[in-house]
Design a protein around this ligand. Structure first.
Ligand code: HEC
Length: 158
């Protein structure tokens, strides 16, 4: 009985991480990382969007902080987060990235550059008043949408 329990525990200890690696290998980690990157963008832009829409009071210091975070994030070279074989045909249910992102490579990289430029403008001008912030947020939002429209599958209705 003792032997049996020990064997069972060892089997469990070995099988659990093995399954985890299978479900989240190198490609899975890349998908997770780029989604986390997108969430980071969305969080900072969301804070700025709240100010732009009057849902949060305009504050030059806070606006600069979130816009600078956004700009710094867009300066990261995240090409390793987009390995081939991580589109929604290869990994259904795990990602919304469309195969065209790789077929049209490096167009997606150019979209990223457009975002970085818009985020730079936003960070440099966020302290100059609400109307300028609103224009900057619109400018960044346009670059997010333009990339999503071409390279991201629409959300599945639940
Ligand atoms: C270079 C193209 C590109 C740009 C620019 C871009 N996105 Fe994305 N975004 C994608 C793709 C592709 C996905 C799908 C990723 C996946 O599911 O693997 C995505 C997914 C997301 C998601 C969902 C993440 C998740 O947890 O599933 C959010 C939120 C998001 N983007 C927000 C933004 C915001 C905000 C901006 C602008 C500040 C932005 N994105 C700019 C391509 C882009």
């Amino acid at each position: 009985m003792k032997w049996f329990t020990r064997t069972l525990l060892i089997t469990l200890a070995l099988s659990v991480p093995a399954t985890a690696v299978q479900a989240d290998g190198h490609l899975g980690k890349a998908v997770k990382a780029r989604k986390a990157y997108m969430q980071l963008l969305a969080f900072n832009l969301g804070q700025l969007g709240a100010m732009a829409k009057g849902k949060a009071p305009y504050d030059a210091g806070q606006a600069t902080l979130f816009a600078t975070n956004l700009q710094l994030a867009t300066q990261m070279n995240n090409s390793a987060m987009w390995p081939e074989g991580t589109d929604n045909a290869a990994m259904p249910g795990k990602t919304r990235a469309l195969p065209v992102a790789w077929e049209a490579w490096p167009e997606i990289g150019n979209k990223n550059k457009e975002l970085a430029i818009a985020a730079g403008t936003l960070a440099a001008t966020a302290a100059e008043g609400l109307e300028i912030l609103q224009a900057g947020v619109r400018g960044v939002g346009k670059t997010c949408r333009s990339c999503h429209k071409k390279f991201r599958a629409p959300k599945k209705k639940k």
